[in-house]
Design a protein around this ligand. Structure first.
Ligand SMILES: [Zn+2]
Length: 325
């Protein structure tokens, strides 16, 4: 249980897992949903460890099974990601996976398949997977992860138990950052926690990656310029991304996140005080939604190789119209 306590916030989901394990009725297919950075991969390990654990308070984190699961080296816990070199989410590979399900476990009486980011699976691949999820052998358990269940077939959704992981309250996120980076001062941890909307994984990657940290700062500046209606300054900032498509897309992703959070704040769905009230009051909820549409459209253009300077100009003129209209 100690290990579960170390997983920050998300009390409801943790309690659900405890109930499953205590009652000995872990579902054969669980879907973990949540934005990148909320800990889906780690929680998937915790589910497998809880079930395989030979200790008393499961997952104990100390027994052989727990240790191997946490190191990703347990012989009965298979990990698959869409970016694997052998195309693990091709229909062919999934058929092989289905066959392997009928092979008995190496060690105990359970076998886990952790399939990451299944939202990246094609519809055909999801249909192949469905066949085994519908009727898995009794020793087989699936843990799927996805960013958003809207991209998962309803037929799969009806066969899995979906658990949603959320970012933490800002204070808890800041505490997590401090624990992992004792050299960073508390104020900086709190700033990063706010900036990442309580998403520990995101905050950690910003903390450890200067390049990303610069892009995030740029996105915040841009958000401020948008709210202030300073189009010329915004255009100058965007010009810094000329010929840097990947960075520009990252920048747009960060900018999008800021306005998603702004919208949550406007509707009182967020207690994170992510954006200063003075900034928030300058744009209406409707304008915020339009800004999100514009960012999505420009991201699509940039991804399709429209030049960055042209995309940037589109972004500025669309924003100008929205904010003045
Ligand atoms: Zn254990």
């Amino acid at each position: 249980m100690e290990l579960l306590n170390q997983f920050y916030a998300n009390e409801k989901v943790k309690q659900t897992l405890v109930n499953f394990i205590t009652d000995g009725r872990l579902p054969h297919a669980v879907l973990l949903e949540g934005e990148p950075g909320v800990g889906k991969n780690h929680f998937a390990r915790l589910i497998a460890a809880s079930s395989l654990c030979s200790g008393e308070k499961k997952p104990c984190g100390q027994c052989r099974n727990c240790r191997l699961v946490l190191q990703d080296t347990h012989p009965d816990v298979m990990l698959l990601s869409p970016d694997g070199a052998d195309k693990p989410y091709s229909v062919h590979a999934l058929r092989e996976l289905i066959l392997s399900c009928y092979v008995l476990p190496n060690d105990g009486d359970q076998k886990f398949y952790i399939l990451r980011n299944v939202h990246e699976m094609s519809e055909q691949a999801q249909n192949t997977l469905l066949k085994i999820i519908e009727e898995p052998p009794p020793h087989v358990f699936f843990i799927l992860t996805c960013q958003n269940h809207a991209r998962i077939l309803p037929t799969i959704l009806s066969r899995v138990v979906t658990l949603t992981l959320w970012p933490c309250p800002v204070e808890i996120c800041a505490q997590a950052l401090k624990e992992r980076n004792p050299d960073t001062d508390e104020e900086e941890c709190l700033r990063l926690a706010k900036q990442s909307g309580g998403n520990i994984g995101r905050a950690l990657s910003v903390l450890q990656d200067e390049h990303l940290s610069r892009i995030v700062k740029n996105a915040q500046e841009a958000a401020q310029l948008i709210c202030d209606g300073k189009e010329f300054e915004l255009l100058c900032l965007l010009n810094g991304y000329n010929r840097q498509k990947d960075d520009f897309l990252l920048f747009l992703g960060e900018l999008r996140q800021i306005f998603v959070e702004a919208l949550r704040q406007k509707y009182g769905a967020s207690d994170k005080n992510f954006l200063p009230g003075a900034m928030l009051n300058r744009i209406s909820a409707l304008q915020t939604m339009r800004i999100l549409d514009i960012i999505d459209k420009v991201s699509g253009e940039a991804a399709q190789n429209v030049s960055i300077s042209l995309s940037g100009a589109h972004l500025c003129s669309a924003l100008q119209q929205t904010l003045r209209g």
